[in-house]
Design a protein around this ligand. Structure first.
Ligand code: LLP
Length: 422
């Protein structure tokens, strides 16, 4: 547990607020974020960047609640976006669109136009057809688009295959052998300005070595291009730093970021700006999903602890077999027997589980906290089974802020229409 999620007299609290109080006030399931934890995670990157040419681009796909974006914008962050919708969120949260990098393999012409209108810092481009489309859109609106190519360095990030992105077999990035011709093509397009290079090798990476391997390949490309007269002013090292869900031991954020910055400097590139695109490591351990035990259902093969949160609220276990620690919110009660449970939701799928084989001493009505749920939690939630999405709350010291209301059922089918006729 981080200092921001801790036990007070045995009961789980976020900063100065007991989680039980949040459940009483807002119900469950509810995502609860700690402003202090968000700030500390950001500062761990910022400490490494001090006195260096470096920027932090929060990969907001991890958690795009406006209040979360607002916290980071106020700390000076830029943003890594993957859609026009995310750009509109940055603006709605008071972020600066000129500090935005636009990633993603399938940007539409309308999204490009929106991003150009807001003068984003850079487009991370992944293919020649995308370069052509961007060039055409920029020409049409009378602008030059700053671009960086996302290259695929073909390194193994040694993480879950669904979240590994830097291998040849992935859909992401320009294949390593095509990188130089693609840069030459980009440099020849009149409405593009080639400014950078980008790579992102995967997510939940717990070692530094794959990053250094990728970075060395990136720097080789930068040097080759410079000999050809294509000079890049920034190097985007992507995101992907892992967090502790169970017993992983990822490198400490500040040390990790310094290691990469040092390598850039050692190889004589200290004059170029380095961009970090962290998502999970800024928000993952700054949030929990609060849920209530509905029923205990003993079985011959398994005992089930049925809770009111489900795969539609937190998809990671069902999708990646991801592990999230599950903690009782109240202090241990005398006389309640511990058993081994699968913690499951009410959704009609066997894949609807949040944790397997967990030892818990709980009774119906008790609260549980699904830990490390700040990243890829709410943002990946759905309305499957016509379940409204959870409320989101941000704690700041003693203050409790509702930052997203629980969705009501009427919200869910507001955009639907009955057929005409009787
Ligand atoms: N930059 C790019 C281009 C990305 O595609 C991603 C994440 C990031 C940065 C941020 O990566 P992070 O620092 O958060 O690892 N839903 C999955 C993770 C998908 C990651 C997608 N790309 C999960 O729940 O584990």
């Amino acid at each position: 547990m981080t200092p921001f999620f801790h036990r007070r007299d045995g009961a789980l609290a976020v900063e100065q607020v007991a989680l039980a109080r949040i459940a009483a006030e807002f119900g469950t399931p509810t995502y609860v974020y700690s402003r202090g934890a968000l700030t500390a995670a950001y500062r761990a990157y910022a400490a490494a960047c001090e006195g260096r040419r470096a920027r932090i681009q929060y990969a907001m796909k991890a958690n795009s609640n406006l209040a979360v974006l607002q916290v980071f914008a106020q700390l000076g962050a830029g943003f890594d976006i993957v859609s026009g919708g995310e750009l509109k969120r940055v603006i709605a949260a008071g972020g600066d669109p000129r500090k935005v990098v636009f990633s993603g393999v399938g940007k539409s012409a309308a999204e490009m136009e929106l991003a150009l209108a807001h003068d984003v810092l850079c487009f991370n481009v992944e293919s020649i057809p995308e370069l052509d489309r961007l060039n055409a859109v920029a020409g049409r609106v009378g602008k030059r688009a700053r671009v960086s190519l996302r290259i695929n360095p073909d390194v193994d990030a040694r993480t879950h295959p669904y979240i590994s992105t830097g291998l040849k077999a992935n859909k992401f990035g320009v294949a390593f052998e095509d990188v130089l011709p693609t840069y030459r093509a980009a440099a020849a397009l009149p409405h593009l300005e080639v400014v950078g290079i980008d790579c992102h090798i995967g997510s939940q990476i717990t070692e530094v070595s794959p990053y250094l391997e990728a970075l060395d390949k990136v720097l080789d490309v930068v040097e080759t291009l410079e000999r050809e007269g294509i000079v890049l002013s920034h190097i985007d090292v992507g995101g992907g730093l892992g967090i502790t869900y169970a017993d992983e031991t990822p490198p400490d954020t500040t040390g990790f970021a310094r290691t990469l910055l040092d390598r850039v400097a050692e190889r004589g590139h200290g004059h170029r700006e380095v961009l970090f695109e962290p998502g999970r490591s800024l928000v993952g351990n700054a949030g929990v999903l609060l849920t209530t035990v509905e029923f205990l259902k003993p079985g011959a093969a398994k005992n089930f602890c049925i809770v009111d949160a489900a795969m539609n609220d937190l998809a990671r276990p069902a999708m990646y077999e991801a592990y999230h620690r599950i903690e009782p919110v109240a202090a241990a009660k005398a006389g309640v027997q511990a058993s081994i449970y699968d913690v499951v939701g009410p959704v009609c799928e066997s894949g609807d589980w949040l944790g397997r084989d967990r030892e818990l001493a709980v009774q119906p009505g008790d609260l549980l906290a699904v830990m490390s749920a700040g990243a890829y939690g709410f943002v990946m939630s759905s309305n499957y089974n016509t379940r409204g999405r959870a409320a989101e709350v941000m704690v700041d010291g003693e203050a409790i802020h509702l930052v997203r209301e629980r969705e009501r059922v009427e919200d869910l089918f507001r955009n639907e229409r009955l057929l005409p006729g009787a």
